[in-house]
Write a protein that binds this ligand. Structure first.
Ligand SMILES: C[S@@+](CC[C@H](N)C(=O)[O-])C[C@H]1O[C@@H](n2cnc3c(N)ncnc32)[C@H](O)[C@@H]1O
Length: 239
């Protein structure tokens, strides 16, 4: 039987939106628990790859509760965080006063159709968002469109470890252990079983790198984290 929050067709966005509405209040807590706090380190790596600094104009798509947007802003960038879940954005806005200094604004919108002009940002990031889009290549096209020539695109998400044994162990963790967090904290195991379901329908780090090359990006690279269980893709928009 399929997962209640996954759909391969046009209804996907509605289901994903319902999922994040459901888990928003416990999202940050479960992130810490299921990753043993490591997602904080991976997001720091993302911000380093984004080379965020004062004067830079950054867009964080699928910003959720704001981790990456706040981190980019703390590094000095002016940041726009965009997400289609009002519930996740409400958590981000609630965190804003205690999230440190920096210039961040949060916008409601669809990552597949943003309201920004071409070449508007120096850097565009997406953390644990691309896998959730109904069309991941459409998401990359939109990231590429709004990045200025020479600007950076950085993507953090769950990956597919190349080592078969490690991949089986890791998928076992996602299949059996992670849904328990959903059941305990949100009364909904399917909301967290969705991670593995969505990952299985996502081409992960290698497919994302290929798509970035097909878009004509330069300096396309992949960093495997935890043996590829997580991955960072990065690229520059060709000048
Ligand atoms: C797993 S959360 C990631 C949140 C945050 N970036 C992080 O790393 O913690 C995925 C987010 O993507 C958002 N999202 C999914 N599809 C979207 C879309 N088409 N447009 C905008 N946001 C979307 C969800 O609402 C959710 O907040």
């Amino acid at each position: 039987m399929g997962n209640a929050y996954y759909a391969p067709d046009a209804t996907r966005a509605t289901k994903v939106s319902a999922l994040f509405a459901r888990i928003a209040p416990r999202y940050d807590l479960i992130n810490d628990l299921q990753s043993f706090g490591l997602h904080r380190l991976w997001k720091r790596r993302l911000v380093r790859l984004a080379a965020a600094r004062p004067g830079l104009h950054a867009l964080d798509l699928c910003c959720g509760t704001g981790d990456v947007a706040f981190a980019l802003a703390r590094a000095g960038a002016g940041v726009t965080g965009l997400d289609f879940s009002e519930e996740m954005l409400a958590m981000a806005k609630q965190r804003k006063p205690s999230a440190g200094t920096g210039q961040v604004e949060f916008l409601h919108g669809d990552a597949l159709q943003t309201p920004f002009p071409d070449a508007h940002f120096d850097v565009v990031t997406i953390s644990y968002g691309l896998r959730n889009l109904a069309d991941f290549t459409g998401g990359l096209r939109e990231m590429h469109r709004v990045t200025r020539p020479g600007g950076r695109l950085v993507i953090l998400d769950f990956g597919k470890p190349p080592n078969r044994l490690w991949r089986s162990l890791y998928f076992g963790y996602l299949r059996f252990a992670v849904p328990v967090f959903g059941r305990i904290f949100c009364g909904d195991a399917a909301a967290y079983a969705y991670i593995l379901e969505s990952l299985q329908h996502y081409p992960a780090q290698e497919g994302v790198a290929t798509a970035l090359r097909e878009l004509g990006c330069a300096n396309v690279g992949v960093t495997h984290l935890l043996g590829g269980a997580m991955s960072l893709n990065y690229a520059e928009k060709a000048r």
